[in-house]
Design a protein around this ligand. Sequence first.
Ligand SMILES: [Zn+2]
Ligand SMILES: [Zn+2]
Ligand SMILES: [Zn+2]
Length: 632
Amino acid sequence: MVWQAGDDDDPDGGSAAESGLPGGHGPTEPGNTQPWLNGFAAGGTWSTSPPSAALAVALESASGPEWRCPGATREELFAVLRQWQAMESWAAAGKLGVLRSLMREEDLRLPGTPHHGDLPDGWSKPLTREVSLALAMPAVSAENLMGMAWDMQERLPETGALLASGALTFAKAKAVDEGLLLLSEDDAAAAESLIAADLPGKTYGQVAKLVAQAAITVDPDSAAKRREDAERNRSRVTMTREPSGAAALSGRDLPTAETLAANARVCARAGEYKESQAFRDARMDQLRAAAYLDMLNGITLDERLASGCLPGTAPGPDNCGSVTNLPDDDSPDCGGPGGDSPDGDSPESGGSSPSAPPVPPECLPKLSDLVLPLASLLGLAERPGEGHGLGPLDPELCRALAAAAVASQRTSLCVTVTAADGVAIGHGCARPIRKASGATRASPDRRRVAQPTLPSRVNLTITSDRLAEIGAASAQAPPGAPLNAAWSLTRQDGPGPPGGYGVWTLTLPGGRNLTVHLDPVPTYECDHRHESRGYQPNDTLRHLVQVRDYECTFPTCSRHARESDFEHALPYAKGGRTCACNAGARSRQCHRTKQSPGWNVTQPRPGWHLWTTPAGLSYTQSPKRYPVLATM
Ligand SMILES: [Zn+2]
Ligand SMILES: [Zn+2]
Ligand SMILES: [Zn+2]
């Protein structure tokens, strides 16, 4: 998945430095680096200065022969490292700048091209060819690089400036450029200004995600159109050969809801293989691959278990028959989809024998984690959502996924109130109202059989301002008359206190009503209302920390909070509270890092996690900013 791309690999930009040792390296004598290194200590001249030729001299002198940095402290080493990276960005900006000069130079020789600022709107193929030779890259790559050079001045000048100042690597700047490529010039500028301030300090994946989110925010329609066009005109199944010689079979450009549902079913089947203990040595990935093939090949759970071996594994002499020859007298074939399942998404509604043991909870499909803006569902705005592992979702897709999610009985719904900047400040989990108020579950609709059901954890987000508006409107509207036939949110307890907390009714498409008690999330401040006396947090506390942090709080980690530990910043044994103001989501790996010598985490204010490293550097991770972005 593209959002997990965790590095700055860059196939054609040529940013990877050759790492051979230079011959005559610099003017500095060995052992003479100390005066220069001082400038890279905290508060030193060079530790924060923008890239320049002078910084290059300082870096070369402080690094010494073969960049061994003799005598450098750990802190100085990190400053030198960071500044070399800044120089790399600066050099890339220089390369792009000279490409623009070549365009201008050509324009002087061959006038007539329309202009954009002081740049011609285009350049000739021969110029591209010459660049391709000079930089030893294919002409296509040269053309792309020149396009980026043009964009960094005329289309995305803030990104160009971040690159030149060393705040953004070339690959990240390129991610911005590519992510906004299809927008109009005005929309690209609007999207850039939404995110420019947030880009420094982000990983490549985080940058790409912000860019996609901004692109959807400024132009939700074309994001949806691009996606739908791909689903209609480019969806396909490809079979290829892996470099290992093994085979690959994948569906591409597929509709999202159906794909998530299919993936959930594959995971569920793999869970059943695991649970059966029939394949003890198999990796989980291997079980998923087996489930994937079996479901496509029409091999049932019982057939696979009876075979005793997985696809591709060598059959044993006597205990592993060919699955396709199995007698099927004891596994009744249920033909079509099970008609009695209200949501049609039970893990094996198509193929399990009636005597199959009940599916234990671990075997349920992994639930999709979806953040869906309520305003988009209520028809009040076109806001992007996001799916964990999927990245930003356009509003149209949010509505489709919401419909698929509520069609599953295993879906859980929560409402999160955010401040204008997207930080969670209120939360309530939706619970069924004891007495359904007239509205009953819609009777099974034949047409819905073909629609996906998507068991999910749905977090519906809404800004506090919007919630206040809805609260005011529902105070005026007659009760029980939702404004919108699909989703609605109304107050149960009158106008209520400012800030929008209180009791709300969430009405789902089809008329099912849920009740939501909105409570503050311990962000900015904490009144310890959910503190646990013991070491273990209670469920509410754990849940609220997950909502607030959303991901592991290590700044460059993107593990979901639900797959992370609830960790005390100040250990419980040392008097740390089991409370949101002393706890954060830490993935297992980052948890171990935090516990190793020299590492420390504090929460200067609830929701802000300050990491201090063994080198004495500190990095702050702020609370999750749900995708609301600045525009309303
Ligand atoms: Zn909740
Ligand atoms: Zn507290
Ligand atoms: Zn982590």
